[in-house]
Ligand binder design. Sequence first.
Ligand code: GLU
Length: 421
Amino acid sequence: MLPFYENALALVKKAAKTGNFPQDLMTILEEPQSIHSVNIPVRMDNGSLRIFRGFRVQHNNAAGPYKGGIRYHPEVNMNEVKALALLMTMKCAVVNIPLGGGKGGIEVDSRKLSKKELEAMTRGYTRMLAPVIGPDKDIPAPDVYTDSTVMSWIYDEYSRVVGKDSPGVVTGKPIEIGGSLGRASATAQGGVYVLLELVKKLGKNPKDMTVAVQGFGNAGSFVAKLLYKEGFKIVAVSDSKGGMACLSGIDPVKAHTCKIDKQSVMECEIASEMFHVHGGADCRKVSNSELLTLPCDILVLSALENQVTSANAESIQAKIVLELANGPTNMEGDAILERRGILVLPDILANAGGVTVSYFEWVQNMKGEKWSEEAVAAKLKGKMVEAMGEVWSVSEQYKVGLRQAALISALRRLAPMVLGT
Ligand code: GLU
């Protein structure tokens, strides 16, 4: 199995070949423009000093300032951050926003840090990267295990360092200090718009479709709730510890309340309130890998990378895969899904709603505007529906799956900007 970056790059190269793009384009996109690695000293609550390793990869800024989230996870590494930055360049191009691709991360289990330690680490990371980020240079945002509070610390620390109030340095901020309405649910909402377009094209009715959701965090909890509202039946949800599957359906609002309360859906009682139909009689606990191969119509991947691989792609029973996580399907897994006729709504399209509303937030900050929730939702829908239409027509033109089509669509937009032609 290829490492994440080499895998992501191989997928882009495959699309570049199909679309017959000039070699120079791939020569430039093959490596990030710059890579920053920092060692952040943090005074822990017990008085000891710990060093945390952090990264920021700036992949390409031909389309605009680098843009991408910051991830806090114990397994963060340079290869992963490079892959995620490359995917950001492609993602911003698919939805046609004037931003480039970047990504950051700190190797940390943030759940084991106190709030004070987390804040000190975030502020230290921001100080060390302050010379290379900024509203016109590189704009971070939330990702796995980072949220609006973390963004507020970055905003504050960066503004202190440069001596100027700079809300545009980061997106995904709390609403009161310049965040955008609709940002928290944007990744999921964007995915739902794209999925609904596909469901329409297939002539199906959401009420007849079942959904399993892997990952119940920033994106997964929102998507389960939004899909439930649209009439889909949620038959399984999981988080990092494992999940629950219920044939008669799960109420995601109740399930999420229980998850917040107990830390994991695994800790919820099978007969608890969260299973609203038969009082839990038809529910059972499932492992994360079991969830992926459950019978369902739609599998939503909203956890981490490398979940669907040659080890399990043959056993996936869903007919549609919605990738809200970045890189959840590797190259071999992707080829198997494509051969089996399973429709994959790829990450760079399906989860682009997050960065799209980040872009809206940044525009509001730069212009000193505040848009209503309805205005944000309408603009987001417009962007997602347009991108989906374009990707769909590229897939018909080249007779390729939606992942290759999305990459070709991104490369088409990037080529003149990157090559300066
Ligand atoms: N972390 C999100 C992503 O992977 C959002 C990035 C952003 O808003 O800049 O797309």
